[in-house]
Design a protein around this ligand. Structure first.
Ligand code: PGA
Length: 255
């Protein structure tokens, strides 16, 4: 089966409403929408409603950066999956390493966030990845992360999830694993999904790579057999660079 291709921008704590307007004014002039690519941007929660209006193009997805593990409760500062659903979001990132690092989010929390999103019909984009110390042998940590995060998730629900493989040491560092290593590790992730669920799920789940993706390396990374997409941080802030990556991927896909 052919899986969709994904190019997702994670804007982190960048861009306010005015800057989002400016981004989409430029982006919409540059982009030539290729329906076969699923693409979108994740602004901060406070800018989601504005971004949904400002994007103008229906093909542009607006994506959550994180979500509470609870649907409701005394949880100051949190945003629920239900609230994201009411806004009309279709996807939400969970488990980004910055939330693990700065908000002490654990794999158990991520598991609950995934279940909450699924309950509200939102597709989770689940970030996993090894840190610098685990770099030589990422398999063990990735397997542990996936096993915990997918607890109580049914096979048909797992099919709705995307997995973003983001080595922590590659995020924002300008460093990436070799293409061969990306190929091996994303293949290992797919095999682990097969073990946790079955071959059908493993074939359906989209696997993204993230961590220092730029205009020059995006296409080579996309060409790896088990890579279905990219999760892009700093380079996604620039409409020109982001659309250049989109174009490279769609030209290659059409070949
Ligand atoms: P980067 O960030 O592309 O700036 O390395 C990726 C991410 O954190 O998702």
């Amino acid at each position: 089966m052919t899986r969709s291709k994904y190019i997702i921008g994670n804007w982190k704590l960048h861009k306010d409403n005015k800057e989002i307007d400016k981004f989409f004014a430029a982006f919409n002039k540059l982009v030539t929408t290729d329906d076969s690519i699923v693409y979108g941007f994740a602004p901060t929660h406070v800018c989601l409603a504005h971004a949904l209006k400002a994007k103008k193009k229906t093909s542009t997805l607006i994506i959550g950066q994180d979500v509470s593990s609870q649907l409701e409760g005394s949880l100051t500062g949190q945003v629920s999956a239900k609230q994201l659903q009411v806004l009309g979001l279709k996807y939400c990132i969970v488990g980004h390493s910055e939330t693990r690092q700065f908000l002490a989010v654990t794999d158990q929390d991520i598991n609950k966030k995934v279940l909450a999103l699924i309950q509200c019909g939102i597709k989770p984009i689940i970030c996993i990845g090894e840190n610098a110390k685990q770099k030589a042998h990422p398999e063990k940590v990735l397997e542990k992360q996936l096993t915990t995060i997918f607890k109580h998730v049914k096979p048909e629900e797992a099919c709705q999830c995307l997995i973003a493989y983001e080595p922590v040491w590659a995020i924002g560092s300008g460093l990436t694993p070799s293409l061969n290593k990306i190929k091996e590790t994303t293949n290992f992730i797919r095999k682990t999904i097969k073990q946790l669920f079955n071959g059908i799920v493993a074939n359906k789940v989209g696997i993204l790579y993230g961590g220092s993706v730029g205009v020059d390396n995006a296409l080579d990374i996309m060409k790896q057999k088990d890579v279905d997409g990219l999760l892009i941080g700093s380079v996604s802030l620039d409409p020109k660079k982001f659309t250049t990556i989109m174009k490279k991927v769609s030209v290659w896909k059409r070949k």
